[in-house]
Design a protein around this ligand. Sequence first.
Ligand code: TRP
Length: 335
Amino acid sequence: MIDGKKILFSGMQATGNLTLGNYLGALKNWLTLSDEYECFYSVVDMHSITIRQDPAELRKRARNLLTLYIAAGLDPKKNCIYYQSHVSGHAELAWILNCFTYMGELNRMTQFKDKAAKHADNINAGLFTYPVLMAADILLYQADVVPVGVDQMQHLELTRNIAERFNNIYGEVFTVPEAYIGKVGAKIMSLQDPTKKMSKSDENPNGSIYLMDDPDTIMRKCKRAVTDSEGCIRYSEKQPGIKNLIDIYSACTGKTPDETVREFDGKGYGELKPAVGEAVISLLKPLQEEYARLSKDKAFIDSVIKENAEKANYYAMKTLRKVQRKVGFPDRIRS
Ligand code: TRP
């Protein structure tokens, strides 16, 4: 608890450009959480180097992502928006937790298997212990809740196991975090293959709408979206392409899928597609404008980076010192 509020932690990697799927599925919902929770939103740059990165590019993307958090409406006074690498406690706690995690547990992580297969020339130890760093992120702030997608559930489950194991040995040190199950964000699928999630690492750029796409690009991608030959607008698993367009339109306009279906009753795909394009364009316009404005305000972004790193560090250190004491590291000598 911080000031009577439960603590929430989440993070995103600054690799790839964020898509409409990331926004509607995650970022947009984060906004509604900061009244209820004390929120920590990290740009997890330390996780990013488990895959080889271009340094200048990583630095740029990390700053862009942090700026985007704010442009999306997260108030950096209320939410702790910071770089993981600016708080050394993440690495220090990760080391300790590594000693409380079994090889067998990490061997079962499906994301490790996927990534190892994709990057067979660089299966480094960091990629293997990635979930332990993630556990450290969460436990360092004594987070009660963690909003994550299904792809991260296995890592969260591991985090809970590590926390419980540690607590069993040393007493109640860590809060055991729960997955945040709130109003679930819309699950947006690829425009080119509506059976696959819209992804920032999709090889086909037409499948994803990126948050910084210009209006013409957005419209073109929506018009080219893969549909079917049924020719009627129904919200059905049998028409995944149309269902996805209905979901996007609904999420952008705040309507329910039913309302959207009624609105397009008797109309064709030729009307639905540009309407989806327009809805996405108007949703993203204020975000893009705010992003452009903030990107130019170097002093402001710098101050957010500095102040929030200090805040994060303060809470991180409280946990870290307690953990270090529990495992038997000698006390520091103060003069
Ligand atoms: N592994 C997460 C992802 O790729 C990002 C992440 C790192 C994270 N640390 C976290 C998410 C802690 C939630 C909590 O999506």
